[in-house]
Write a protein that binds this ligand. Structure first.
Ligand code: 3NM
Ligand code: MG
Length: 514
């Protein structure tokens, strides 16, 4: 057996007392809860006999296995061994971690309850697989709780864990329900180190409809209303926009801002064409000496470290300082930031070289930038990384990084997240072809530079992104576009034609500002 990857997002702890379970069958409840989206189950039963427990655990394991969800047993290492489920959860007064580990082996999941920083650190040190942090709120489900710590108490524990360098999953527990789950997750801060999820008993088990209760909790976790959704996904026509995207596109058309790109070898031509089609004036110049003159032209600079060299780095620094001197925006694209130690160092170097207006990257790149600060020893990862953060965590990540670096942060993906440290915008436009040809991510950096060159701040950034991604949507629908190859020219056409539509003053594609 290999230690399973666990999704801690919605953690169900069972309770068989009549006050919570009533006269229903626990196995049915767990089955429904799993159907509703519970990601991990713990059998917690303080009253049944050992023989009864084993029977219940076996039945539960049948259900959880069918749903692909792990089953843990509270307190009872013997029961977990008997039924061979994924692991156990132990409290501070239960069997000690080292003994439990020796009995269960290295691949078992062992979770520990922690209500203080000391308990949390001891559990991390001892090799716990996750922490159950609580008691968050007083709860009738467990009355012998030691301390009510609230979401802020959970946050303190997380900070202590982070400072000690541990990257352990955590869940909050105690009195969590539909009314407070979003608050618990945001106030405890969900990110790096993060609360990976919420553990509940009564909010699911005591509910008349456990499947719906689970589904609603899951939905609440995934949709914490801290971000504004900029655009509905379907058509460009009849959409309501909360930002004046139109005005930004028009400004680019009228002002023709310089987009000075210090970019990689792969995308120079494509990026220059994107800038042209958007109405900007591209200059592809990698020599830092030129930046002082170019910065005076009133445009914006793109630093794209896709093919970084020692020379390149010195040029970037020189250019950033020149643009800072003229108070013109710099867009930083930390391409492949986590891939090599050279690139990780380059990120540090660039962050400390001067003021950046925008940092734009995919999840792995933004996580690397976040972790490049000494206070955030997040593990570094390569260019290609499967998505690991849920939307709310992405929103928290961009907002916190934006706040720390005092700039705008863009995290790209099927859905993009943009923040200036306060607001978070979510952009759902774009098309999959953008991910199937090289350079479209880098060119988005160029597009953003055109936007912030004419409208500083988050409005210019979001508008340029929507413009770019809507052009991609329209291009993909064009006649004759059959795949990524035919998509590229159609995309350039759309960038150009959308702008022409706007320049004519035709706002049919922008209906009602929100
Ligand atoms: N452990 P409910 S609080 C099982 O603080 C458990 O360690 C806690 O139940 C702890 O979701 C708790 O119904 C009960 O409030 C949580
Ligand atoms: Mg216990």
């Amino acid at each position: 057996m290999v230690k399973p990857e666990i999704d801690y997002t919605l953690y169900l702890v069972t309770d068989s007392t009549p006050a919570i379970l009533g006269d229903r069958d626990l196995v049915d409840i767990v089955d429904l809860a799993c159907a509703g989206g519970v990601t991990i189950v713990q059998l917690r039963d303080k009253t049944s006999s050992t023989a009864e427990l084993i029977v219940i655990a076996e039945r539960l394991l049948g259900v959880t296995t069918a749903h692909g969800v792990p089953l843990l047993i509270n307190d009872r290492i013997d029961v977990a061994l008997a039924v061979r489920c994924e692991g156990v959860h132990v409290g501070q007064d239960d069997m000690d971690l080292a003994t439990a580990r020796r009995l269960l082996g290295p691949d078992a999941i062992i979770g520990i309850t922690a209500s203080t920083e000391e308990e949390a650190l001891r559990a991390c040190e001892g090799g716990a697989d996750y922490l159950g942090i609580g008691t968050i709120y007083a709860t009738p489900t467990k009355t012998n709780t030691k301390e009510i710590i609230g979401p802020l108490g959970a946050r303190k524990i997380l900070e202590a864990v982070k400072d000690a360098g541990y990257l352990i999953p955590t869940v909050c527990i105690g009195g969590i329900n539909h009314g407070n789950i979003q608050r618990v997750l945001t106030e405890s801060e969900m990110i790096l180190p993060r609360v990976h999820g919420a553990a509940v008993v009564s909010a699911i088990v005591a509910d008349a409809d456990p499947e719906l209760a689970a589904r609603r909790l899951k939905d609440l976790i995934h949709n914490i209303p801290m971000r504004q959704i900029v655009t509905p996904p379907e058509s460009w026509e009849n959409r309501s926009l909360s930002l004046e995207i139109w005005e930004v596109v028009r400004s680019i058309h009228i002002k023709k801002p310089v987009s000075h790109n210090m970019t990689n070898l792969v995308v120079q031509n494509f990026a220059a064409n994107v800038a042209l089609c958007m109405g900007a004036s591209p200059i592809m110049a990698n020599y830092g000496e030129e930046a002082a003159d170019l910065a005076k032209l009133g445009g914006a600079l793109v630093i794209n470290m896709g093919t970084v060299t020692p020379d390149g780095l010195a040029n970037y620094v020189q250019a950033i300082q020149a643009y800072n001197h003229e108070d013109r925006p710099v867009v930083f694209d930390p391409v492949g930031a986590g891939a090599t130690s050279v690139r990780r160092n380059a990120v540090r170097h660039i962050l400390s070289a001067g003021r950046l207006a925008v940092i734009k990257g995919n999840e792995a790149e933004i996580l690397t930038v976040w972790g490049s600060s000494d206070e955030n020893p997040e593990q570094q990862r390569g260019v290609d990384s499967s998505s690991t953060l849920i939307p709310t965590q992405k929103a928290v990540l961009v907002r916190r990084l934006a706040k720390r670096e005092k700039c705008i942060v863009v995290l790209t993906g099927a859905t993009d997240f943009v923040s200036d440290g306060e607001a978070v915008f979510e952009i759902r436009n774009g098309h999959k072809y953008l991910g199937e040809v090289t350079g479209t991510g880098c060119c988005l950096g160029t597009a953003i530079s055109a936007g912030v060159a004419v409208v500083p701040g988050i409005r210019g950034v979001v508008a340029a992104m929507v413009y770019y991604e809507v052009a991609a949507e329209r291009a993909a629908k064009r006649e004759g576009v059959r795949g990524p190859g035919t998509f590229v020219p159609a995309f350039l056409d759309e960038l150009s034609e959308l702008r022409a539509t706007v320049a004519r003053g035709d706002s049919s594609w922008v209906v009602e500002g929100a």
